[in-house]
Design a binder for this molecule. Structure first.
Ligand SMILES: [Zn+2]
Length: 238
């Protein structure tokens, strides 16, 4: 019976793909059955950062050193005019929570293939303040974290909280951005994180001010064994 259902499901999916062909979000060509979001060629050309192999990298530098953060990793470099950047924006603005989840799955699989499964106990998505969450309907960082957790075999926690809203970060300097977000994030039930390897998950890291405020909150209100960072996009510093 189960096998019958699987076959019917596959046929239905095949029919749907034929009526509404799934296309690569980067180059537009039709996707093969086992491809998700991107075709094989665009996956191969992804401008990967490789930061998870570098002990003291650009993300560590943006948050003021490597004292507080153990592994800091981001999947690919974010150039605003690149079609890959559109994927990150789609996960955030286009009412497409599944894009964030799939980006998380794809990145999580690569990390798992490189031995990172089991390195983290719980992933903590950067939260949205409640007004923004109500307006958007979902938190893209939580969707990314769910996809990552699926591949890395760990939990997703809701211990990071947004204590207040902050105004837009666009057109602010690094220092202004940090001043703008300082004290935005807090931790609830910090005792749950004691002795755990936690990873903060965000869609994109720019100046690092959001990550820095989350790290500060975690190190103040909890005693994790290590704090790590996982993001999908990483901007190039000017
Ligand atoms: Zn493509």
């Amino acid at each position: 019976m189960g096998r019958c259902r699987d076959i019917i499901g596959m046929l239905a999916k095949g029919t749907l793909d034929w009526v509404f062909p799934r296309t690569c979000r980067v180059c537009g060509q039709t996707l093969m059955a086992d491809e998700r979001l991107m075709c094989l060629g665009c996956m191969a050309d992804l401008p990967r950062t490789g930061l998870h192999h570098i002990d003291f990298n650009t993300i560590h530098q943006r948050v003021g050193g490597s004292q507080l953060i153990d592994i800091a990793a981001g999947w690919f470099y974010y150039y605003s005019d690149s079609p890959y950047a559109a994927l990150v924006r789609e996960a955030k603005y286009n009412d497409r929570p599944s894009t964030g989840y799939t980006l998380g799955r794809l990145y999580g699989k690569e990390l798992a293939d490189e031995g990172f499964a089991g390195r983290f106990d719980v992933l903590l998505p950067v939260p949205l303040y409640r007004n923004k969450l109500l307006k958007r309907g979902y938190n893209q960082s939580e969707e990314i974290a769910r996809g990552l957790a699926e591949e890395l075999g760990c939990d997703v926690g809701d211990n990071l909280t947004a204590l207040r809203a902050h105004s837009t970060q666009t057109r602010r300097s690094s220092f202004e951005r940090y001043e703008n977000v300082r004290g935005t994030y807090g931790v609830c039930h910090g005792d749950e994180l004691a002795g755990l390897n936690v990873a903060i998950v965000d869609d994109i890291v720019t100046t690092g001010s959001t990550i820095l405020d989350c790290v500060t909150a975690l190190c103040t209100a909890a005693e994790p064994a290590s704090v790590n960072v996982l993001t999908i996009g990483v901007t190039k510093m000017r």
